[in-house]
Design a protein around this ligand. Structure first.
Ligand code: ZN
Ligand code: ZN
Length: 267
């Protein structure tokens, strides 16, 4: 059978065809469902996206047959990242023409979904999207809880790395990171155990699928197995660690700081 790390890698990578919406029938189906169900990035929770992905795949199979490669949640998110700014541009500039699609197509899609705040009948220019989680930064009024936090995403990871390291992919499980600066080791170790149990014991449990994927990616990219069997997780230059676990679990190896994951070592 596969080892835990192979499992994590397969979750983290998946079938590349399942990760993007490429063909025109896949794209138009996405756009039509987007308009029908109003899949707005700033209103969608992760649970909504899981459901949206299921509905999308259901329709995709109905449309193109059983042999189609079903889409991963990430594919829908990517398609939305791609399409939302374009649609907002259309609305703001009142330009509904595009090289690839006809005017009525865009006009229809711009009108059905309230992407841009209308203030006193005037169209307000949409603000930027977060470079990490791709949600719209300020969908609400000033100080609205709908707005993106200053400097960090909903999972507590900072938006931009101050060192040159890669940031953990969005969305990490809640509680691992906070306010863009702290990495909570105790919660991290619990999440390792939870992901392991989800994969090996009873399939996806109460853990959010998107979060599980993002976490598996993080593990796969930052974990090393030493010759003596120790499983080490490389700590971040961008985050300080909280003092929730004994310091002797943190080791220096190849001039870097690592957290020893005893739980995985025992397997
Ligand atoms: Zn963000
Ligand atoms: Zn903590």
């Amino acid at each position: 059978g596969q080892t835990w790390s192979q499992h994590l890698f397969s979750i983290a990578t998946g079938n590349p065809r399942s990760l993007t919406i490429q063909h025109s029938d896949e794209f138009y189906l996405f756009m039509n469902m987007w308009a029908e169900f109003k899949w707005l990035s700033y209103q969608m929770t992760l649970k909504c996206w899981v459901q949206a992905t299921e509905e999308y795949n259901h329709c995709l199979v109905k449309k193109t047959g059983q042999s189609v490669i079903q889409k991963n949640l990430q594919a829908l998110l990517c398609a939305l990242d791609d399409i939302e700014p374009k649609l907002m541009n259309c609305i703001v500039k009142d330009e509904y023409t595009s090289k690839r699609n006809n005017e009525t197509f865009w006009c229809h899609h711009c009108s059905v979904v309230p992407l841009v705040k209308e203030e006193q009948g005037e169209k307000v220019s949409p603000t930027q999207t977060c470079s990490r989680c791709q949600t719209i930064m300020y969908p609400g009024a000033e100080n609205s809880p709908l707005n993106h936090k200053q400097g960090y995403c909903t999972d507590g990871v900072k938006q931009v790395s101050k060192s040159s390291e890669d940031l953990p992919p969005w969305p990490q499980p809640q509680g691992l990171f906070s306010e863009g600066c702290t990495f909570h080791l105790h919660t991290f170790l619990l999440a390792v155990q939870r992901v392991y149990e989800c994969i090996f014991m009873q399939g996806p449990g109460e853990m959010d699928l998107l979060e599980m994927e993002a976490f598996a990616k993080l593990l796969a990219s930052c974990t090393e197995i030493c010759e003596d069997g120790a499983v080490l997780f490389q700590l971040f230059a961008d985050f300080v660690v909280d003092p929730s676990i004994p310091r002797n679990r943190i080791v220096t190896y190849n001039d870097k700081q690592w957290l020893r994951i005893n739980f995985l070592q025992q397997l």
